[in-house]
Design a protein around this ligand. Sequence first.
Ligand code: SAM
Length: 384
Amino acid sequence: MTNFDRFPEELREYYFGLFGEEAEIIMEKLLEPVEKYYIRVNTLKVSREKLVEELKREGLRPRRSPHIEEGIYFEREGPNFPDDYNPKLPRVIVNKFAAESVYQGANLYAPGVLKADKGIKEGDEVQIRDPRGLLVGIGVASMNYKDMAVKKRGLAVKITKPKFSLPSLSELKSYEKGYFYAQSLPSMVVTHVLEPSEEDLIVDMAAAPGGKTSHIAQLLQNRGEIIAMDKSKNRLKKMEEELRRLGVKNVKLIHMDSRKLPELGIKADKILLDAPCTALGIRPKLWESRTPRDIEATSRYQRHFINAAIKSLRRGGVLVYSTCTLSYEENEGNVLYMLKKGLKLEEQKIFIGSPGIGIKGVQRFYPHKHMTQGFFIARLRKVE
Ligand code: SAM
């Protein structure tokens, strides 16, 4: 299987139509983890300088973001071996989720195993492959092949050589203390583009698991009021835990379908719509399954949120619209829809990406140009 076969044919054609020859390098980059892995310092609890020192003591190599004051990143290591590395090692085939974790340095646990070569015993060196044959890591078996296939828990393979290595952060003391939140660079830019102020009534329409809501709270030093909603109960539960870990106190969480936001009768000063999207920009993805049909359907779905947001904004209020996808229809296409509805594009306080496709005033992040996830940000004002 070549790397391009990891994208459905219709999507490959779509990318070539949209990005021309750059589609190739974009697809290559989408299969890899980001080169710089970002975290956001939670300045409600600690300063960047203090956290940098603490992370160094914990054995990591943190670097300060030149773009965002509260941003820290770690350089990715790898690829640590070529695709044809030692093909004779016994094989363990794992599901997509486990493969993506091992690919970035995590150990392999039994629930992720789909199949293991007969005869593998504890202590054997093994190769881990995804269901489509990509080598994602090398490790040492912690159980025999039978247990790997049937056990519902436990370490199956201790990974000694992942394809790429990213620091494992959730076991750190500083994580437990709520000193940081793992968040991509473009995602941090979004909150700055919103320019929240403590006098504003702010609504976050698709908030869970709380990355951007907690960032707003932090910029407001826990003052003012943020109404955050999501329709997924599980994700809201996770968000509640995260807000507690981070010490966020000015958020009212609502479990609801935010397409019904106008029913609350709110007139918000600022609305953040970090829309559910096809997530085509997320890295790494060992393969993609979305097609242009999904793009079309999702962009239509997003317009329901946009209509609800426009109704619930006060005149003069600001809407920030963002996605983690690369398509035109979900991004510039929907901005054109908002312009037709009378909204006006506004300048973005931090602009470190590229202009949009056919629209200058919106910000795009590309995996091959900015070494980030694929991302999109627009800031609009309701003027009439
Ligand atoms: N803003 C979040 C953050 O920074 O952590 C990420 C949000 S994620 C891109 C999109 C969210 O939209 C998901 O949590 C999903 O559950 C939520 N969602 C999807 N459809 C929804 C709906 N009809 N009403 C409310 N939330 C919805």
